[in-house]
Design a protein around this ligand. Sequence first.
Ligand SMILES: CC(C)(COP(=O)(O)OP(=O)(O)OC[C@H]1O[C@@H](n2cnc3c(N)ncnc32)[C@H](O)[C@@H]1OP(=O)(O)O)[C@@H](O)C(=O)NCCC(=O)NCCS
Length: 93
Amino acid sequence: MISAPDNFQDEVELGYSFARDFWGLGLAAEISKAVLAVGFGSRRLPDVIAFTPVGHRASRHVMEKLGFQHDCGREIKDALCAVYRLRTPVKMA
Ligand SMILES: CC(C)(COP(=O)(O)OP(=O)(O)OC[C@H]1O[C@@H](n2cnc3c(N)ncnc32)[C@H](O)[C@@H]1OP(=O)(O)O)[C@@H](O)C(=O)NCCC(=O)NCCS
């Protein structure tokens, strides 16, 4: 998890990329869950963003599976990207 650069100041981004031999093993979802648990747990982040070029269906599917909601479309590094956001779970008193 990294602080998002450029046009996402003050946002924290979840990012992932794997060598081809490691695609389709469930690693992106599994590792993301562990990282998000730290982000929303001890780091107390209010929300986390993730983005991918609009045509990357696998990556978008991973984000949606993790509970991210589509936030907006934005051009990032010359590519039209789908930006997703996941908010910290609301705690009931
Ligand atoms: C995108 C990427 C990170 C996914 O990692 P991964 O470890 O293979 O992802 P997972 O195995 O956790 O999950 C992939 C999911 O996408 C689904 N999927 C794969 N190809 C798909 C497609 N073309 N359209 C829709 N869903 C697709 C899989 O069925 C799986 O969903 P499921 O668990 O519900 O069956 C990996 O493929 C990658 O690094 N690609 C490199 C380039 C890239 O796309 N990078 C973008 C990073 S933002």
